[in-house]
Ligand binder design. Structure first.
Ligand code: AMP
Length: 230
């Protein structure tokens, strides 16, 4: 993994853009650990709301299980509240947001209002067959949320987390019908954002098909290129 010896601050919001199963969550954790900034995954936030049975969780649950997108206004309220917190002052990584043009435009407005830097974008480009294999093989620890893949990164003991022995479960939206819907939603609503951000000149593309370590090296050098361009 390529990481700078001296830790420089991230200082600006970074968006991890790419289809479901591209490895955004795994890579976001590594970048956030390195820079000491928060990892804002709208999927994780929604799943937490579902677990706690909040009004937002109750509304979002059936939509998520189908693989559709949760309405923009609900997502935007959740994100706006989160990025206004103090821990986001030194930058943050957005994973799974924005997912529609309306969300991207609303984010631009939010960042301007907060006088934050405009976002830098890492786009994870991954072929569809790889995505399907990753999503259908994904298992998550019920206890510590460690992520495995039964094909590429299986646990030592089937169905159990290597770290804490927790039960490994499949997300309801990683079932075949939901995977199809999620990829469709990505292609129709999210993929146009690649051009939106490319035109703003703040996008770097990373081939996300390789191993976690190789993709991570590519992500860190893409971040350095984006920083040099700032
Ligand atoms: P993820 O963990 O990013 O794959 O998100 C899981 C599910 O949460 C998605 O399939 C959507 O139903 C919902 N979701 C997460 N982020 C967003 C977003 N930015 N906009 C709309 N729905 C979202």
């Amino acid at each position: 993994m390529v990481q700078a010896d001296v830790k420089k601050p991230l200082a600006r919001p970074v968006i991890f853009l790419g289809p479901p199963g591209a490895g955004k969550g795994t890579q976001a954790k590594l970048v956030c650990e390195h820079y000491g900034v928060p990892h804002l995954s709208t999927g994780d936030m929604l799943r937490e709301n579902v677990r706690q049975g909040t009004p937002l969780g109750l509304l979002a649950r059936p939509i998520m299980e189908r693989g559709d997108l949760v309405p923009d206004d609900l997502i935007l309220r959740m994100v706006e509240e989160r990025i206004a917190r103090r821990d986001c002052l030194e930058g943050f990584v957005l994973d799974g947001f924005p997912r529609t043009l309306a969300q991207a435009q609303a984010l631009d407005t939010m960042l301007k209002t907060q006088r934050a830097f405009p976002p830098a974008v890492i786009y994870f480009n991954v072929p569809e067959d790889v995505l399907i294999r990753r999503l259908s093989g994904r298992r998550t620890c019920k206890v510590g949320f460690e992520i495995y893949n039964i094909y590429e990164r299986p646990p030592k003991v089937e169905g159990r987390c290597d770290v804490d022995g927790g039960e490994l479960i499949q997300r309801p939206d990683d079932r075949p019908e939901a995977i199809r819907e999620r990829l469709l939603a990505y292609r129709n609503l999210t993929e146009p954002l690649v051009e939106y951000y490319r035109r703003q000149g703040a996008l770097e593309e990373v081939a996300g098909k390789a191993t976690v370590a190789d993709v991570s090296a590519a992500v860190f050098s893409a971040l350095e290129r984006l920083e040099a361009r700032q």
